[in-house]
Design a protein around this ligand. Structure first.
Ligand code: ATP
Ligand code: MG
Length: 417
């Protein structure tokens, strides 16, 4: 056989050991907390008709213009590995005929795919958790979905280093007026803009505002903000959002520079950011998108939601020393082959009682004890000939080093302590 070394594809990672435990903790916590807020979990396909994203996310967004994993399947259909899940959820709302039973609150978790330049916290296959409130235009929906996101971050123990930044993008009328002012400002300094931003100036000038190019930053700093262009309605939405966030006890900071990467946002835009992850500092981002369900062929359905990067949250957990410990099991040890049958029924009855337990496949007492220690078992249950006949086990507490004799019937009760 040839000696090829197979590696995971560039920009993807195996989740093994500690890495998986952090990942799992994020998703499990998000599931639990989002359920407290009345979100139900959906799962949509990992690939979709390319049009779901091309229409939904907007042709000029970075994701659609340069990051999509798009390919023709064997039947010649153009499909795309989902770069995000909001468009899929909106498509599913329409496909399943649910646009009449609104509002609906949806939670999801799963892998996403973007053709990006891989670096710490930026991968080609990564994972998101997300929450959407579909069919509610009230600013209370914006505040509640944000409060849920904040609750998850707090429950993970990460609220210290993470801050919520909010902004308003106004309604269509406010944005048109603001766009005109931005075009005027940036056109005056056109040749000092980055190449990407010169292109955005024609297609989507708002996006220049969140450019990460150093040469754009100075021009952005002097650019007008949206505040003076807000219509009365847009201002009322913005005021109510901030009021509700305060009532929900969610701390926030206003940041007029947040516009978000995808094209579909209006009114609320927000990010949970941290300084602990270098350049990849946004852990959760979202906003209000009032036109997306319509793009999927449904009726006008005002909606609001967020998505968070599981890897970035997991990295924060690692930095904060919050990696969940591996589970510690009970190890059952038959002293000789003659006790193996008895030991196996003890093993199964413990598992049946909800107690994590293991038994090695082979080895003498010494080897089995060594292995129990190495695997971090909390207790060894030693069953020799005498114990087997009497229906008892020697229970050795591997932390305390103490030993006691416990009848089989009392083991589950004793081990639950
Ligand atoms: P960024 O500015 O970092 O590229 P984005 O605006 O493209 O982020 P969204 O599309 O809003 O990100 O996705 C929501 C969250 O998903 C991000 O805040 C981030 O935590 C995570 N995320 C996005 N792209 C990646 C990626 N390539 N690898 C890991 N996490 C990602
Ligand atoms: Mg991006």
């Amino acid at each position: 056989m040839s000696q090829i070394k197979l590696q995971p594809p560039r920009g993807t990672r195996d989740l093994v050991g500690e890495e998986f435990r952090r990942h799992h903790r994020v998703i499990k916590t998000a599931r639990r907390i989002s359920a407290l807020y009345g979100f139900e979990e959906w799962a949509t396909p990992i690939f979709e008709d390319t049009r779901v994203f091309a229409r939904g996310l907007g042709e000029t967004s970075d994701v659609v213009s340069k990051e999509m994993y798009e390919f023709k399947d064997r039947g010649g259909e153009s499909v795309t590995l989902r770069p995000e899940n909001t468009a899929g959820v909106c498509r599913a709302l329409v496909s399943n005929g649910l646009t009449q039973s609104l509002p609906r609150k949806v939670f999801y978790a799963g892998p996403m795919f973007r053709y990006e330049r891989p670096q710490a916290g930026r991968y080609r296959q990564f994972h998101q958790i997300g929450a959407e409130v579909l069919g509610a235009g009230e600013p209370l929906a914006d505040a509640e979905v944000i409060a849920c996101g904040y609750h998850i971050i707090r429950e993970l123990g990460l609220d210290e280093g993470v801050i919520l930044e909010v902004n308003t993008l106004g309604d269509a009328e406010s944005r048109d007026a603001y766009r005109a002012a931005l075009v005027a400002h940036f056109t005056a300094h056109r040749d000092r803009l980055s190449e990407d931003s010169q292109r955005r100036l024609e297609k989507n000038p708002l996006r220049i505002i969140d450019s990460k190019e150093p040469q754009d930053r100075a021009l952005v700093a002097d650019a007008p903000t949206i505040e003076p262009f807000l219509t009365e309605g847009a201002r009322a939405h913005w005021d109510a959002l901030r009021r509700h966030l305060t009532t929900f006890a969610v701390p926030f900071r206003e940041n007029p520079r947040i516009v978000r990467g995808l094209d579909y946002y209006s009114h609320t835009a927000f990010e949970f950011v941290t300084e602990r992850l270098g350049a990849q500092g946004t852990v959760m981002g979202g906003g209000r998108y009032d036109g997306l369900v319509e793009e999927m062929g449904g009726p006008p359905t005002p909606s609001v939601g967020w998505a968070a990067g599981v890897e970035r949250l997991a990295m924060l957990m690692e930095k904060a020393g919050l990696t969940p410990a591996a589970p510690r099991l009970v190890t059952v040890i038959p002293v000789s082959e003659a006790e193996e049958g008895v030991a196996l029924s003890v093993l199964q009855s413990l598992r049946g009682a909800g107690i994590g337990a293991e038994m090695g496949y082979r080895g003498n007492l010494k080897r089995r004890m060594e292995r129990a220690n190495k695997q971090g078992a909390r207790v060894a249950l030693i069953i020799g000939e005498t114990e087997a006949t009497q229906g008892v086990a020697q229970l050795r507490d591997l932390d305390a080093g103490t030993q006691e004799q416990v009848p089989f019937a009392a083991l589950a009760e004793r081990l639950r302590k």
